[in-house]
Structures are given as C-alpha cells and as structure tokens.
Design a protein around this ligand. Sequence first.
Ligand SMILES: [Zn+2]
Length: 444
Amino acid sequence: MKRFKEKKGTKNEEEESKNTTTTTTFERCSDEPSGSEKEENMIDPIEVIRKSLEAYEKLTCDKKSDPREWTVLSTICRVDSKGNVDVVALATGTKAIGKGKLRDDGCLLRDTHAEVLARRAFRCYLVNRLREYMLSPMKANDAFRSGTGDRFTGRAIPRGDVRYAMYVSQAPCGDACIVPSGSSLVGESWCLHTGARPVAGDGKLDGLNQECRTGILRTKPGRGDRTRSISCSDKLLRWSVLGLQGALLSTMMNPVYISAIVLPSHAVNESAVKRALVSRVFDFSTRKDCQDYNLKSPEICIVSSKEYRFEKSPFSIRRDDRVSCDKSFIWSRDVGSEVILAKSGLRAGTTKKDGRAKIIPLKCRSFHCSSSHFHRFAEILSSDVRNQNNIKVRECLKLLKSSTYRSFKDSAVEYQNMKRKFRKKVFPAWEVRATPSFRINEKG
Ligand SMILES: [Zn+2]
C-alpha cells in the first residue's frame, strides 16, 4: 500500500517560498495504515522529520541561544524493515574554522556544519555496533549481519534490511543552494543564495561567472579567514560514492550509504537539490576492482508539512536580520550530547589558554574529533574475539601498533582508490590535503 499521496504545492505555499518551482510534496494521508501495516522498508519522510525534531527537543545540553540567531539541524535515522524510524545521530551548526586556526593533531572539529557533525556522530554509532559485532559475531545487531563477515575480506557486513535517512532543515550549503533567480529568468540565469566560494584551480571556471556556476567544487560559505572545508553539497556527493563510514572504519566494514535525504519544501529548491546531490555524478561508474563501492545516490524527499518545521531555521533569504549561531550541538545515541564552540572547534567551557596549548587537554576535545575517533577505533579493534585466524584483524592490530592516523587511513586501499577516482573524475580541483599524522599513544 502506498503510504503517501503526492501532490503539487498549493499556490499559497509557492508564494510563501518563491524559490520553489516544481516541488513534489508529501503529506500524511488521513486513511493511511497504522505502524504494523507499513509497507516493508519504505522510508516515511514525515516520520523522519517528526522524530528528528522530537530528538532535538529532547536534547539535554544547554540549548539557550539568542533569538536573533539561526542554525541548521541535521539528523541520521535508522529505518528498519518495517519502516520504523530511530534517530541515531543529530547535530546543529553552520560554521567552519578558517585555515589560520587549523592544527595537525586531530583535536579540533574543523567543520561544524550540521550535516558533517551528524555524520561524525553516526560514525560513533557505527563504531559501537562494530564493537558489539566483534564481541558477539554470531549475533546480528542493529547495524551488522551476524557471521564471519565478508568471505573475501573478513569485513563486517551492514544489514541489508536496514536503511539510513538523513534529515536537513534547509538545503545543504554549496551547489544545492544555487537556484533559479525568478520565473522570467529561468533557463537563462541562476541566482546564488550561498556564499560558498569556488575552489581555486577548478578548470571549469575559466571565463565564466563563478558565483552562479553550478556543478563546481566549493568551500564552505563564510566571511573572514577562508576555510579549507568543502561545502556540504560536495561532501554529500562524495558520501554517495564512498559511504558514511570513512577510511578508518572501512578497514573493518563494508560501506554504508544514505538511502534518502529529507528536506522541507519551504527551504529548498527541488531541482537545485537533485542537480547538486544526484545528477552531478550520473556518469560516475565503478570498476570491477572496487566491488564494495558503488555510486548509491540517495532518494530526495521534499516534505511540505507546515506542522514539522525546525523553527530556528527559517530560510535565510527572508531572515537577514539574524546571525548564525556560534555553537553546535552534537548528539549520538550511544554517548549523549555535547556543545562545541564553532570558533575553536572545541567543547564549550574551553579556556583560551587550553585552546592554545601545545597538547589540547582531553576534557576540551570533542568526543567526535579525529583523535578521539582513532583511539576508540583502536580499542574496539583490540576487543575482536572472533578468532586469531581472522587475517584482517591481525593485520590491523599489527599495523595499529606502528602507525599514525594518516598511515592507518592510507592502509584502506580499496577506499582510497575509490576516493582518488572520485576526485579525478568529479572534482579534479579537490586538493589532496595531508591527513593529520598523530599517533595512537598521543593522548595528551
Ligand atoms: Zn553546510
């Protein structure tokens, strides 16, 4: 049974959101079936938003903020075979650290945009499920199949009957925010609603208006010291090829992808979002030597429900009187929430002295920074009790003792090959940045 009726946006809705052209909307049907009758494995976008807003409301960290501020909310939800939605990662944020403040020790969160932090919190969820799998491999858990893993590589296999949906309270920054400037100009010109700047050196830019050019690689928007962090539109596109788990976890598990991205109609332009997050990689194909990695573009779900809106985030076009919030919240189902100061990329409460210290104290580092993630990963690796015959685990443990964060990430050969291929074909201007090279015993 189809769970949603599909309809065109009403005139009022179109007037209210003038950047919307042909939005396909979802509205809850009054005669729809109860939870037990849900169509198998179908993602209900309204339920994703409802649960996401509910999870935000339940956050126990200090959410006080100035009413003149705005922010973006993003979540990642687990959707089981019956369509039940469970929020497992959540974050807010709109900022990124300028290149002048970067460090090479993996202790800062450089990019505190909501989508990027939600993905970090989701990675924490995966690490904990991997730990469960390592301890009881013959028992299926929320994320992984039971058994000895991939028969060629020994890596844990994500459950095929579980899918993941991402909710974002407005269009991801960068390409997805470049929308038609108005009905009279549609097809001739584009108007930019993002400050995301093109990355220098993109060959497609020559002689063209860079601001309104679609399809090119951009960094995060923002004034002042320019950031090196890539826009969320471009990162989401990369995740549709490489998955959400990142290089480190890819040594122990097969990739896991976003099946659907849920967005509110008042804050997005559907054609711009589909172009930015799906169409740009239509011609990207994978070779046989990368069997576990494939282009898996998410379904884009635009929801028109007025009942479920993230009120702190009205689309910025009409809210120029507001400034973006300088705090980020991150919540993961396993470790709870924390507040991050966007200016420093460290936990709220960090003093200037601690922020400038040669070794950043543990209490100031986010639970989700690269350094913490690496340590957590090392811990679960040592807890693998599957058996000593598991070549992959033995190799990883051996490597871990002698390696840096950088060299361990580089050891994920299949992942790195696909990453290189993606860069070469889709974003040749994407600078290959040196990964921080800290070691596992540098706890500070
Ligand atoms: Zn962003």
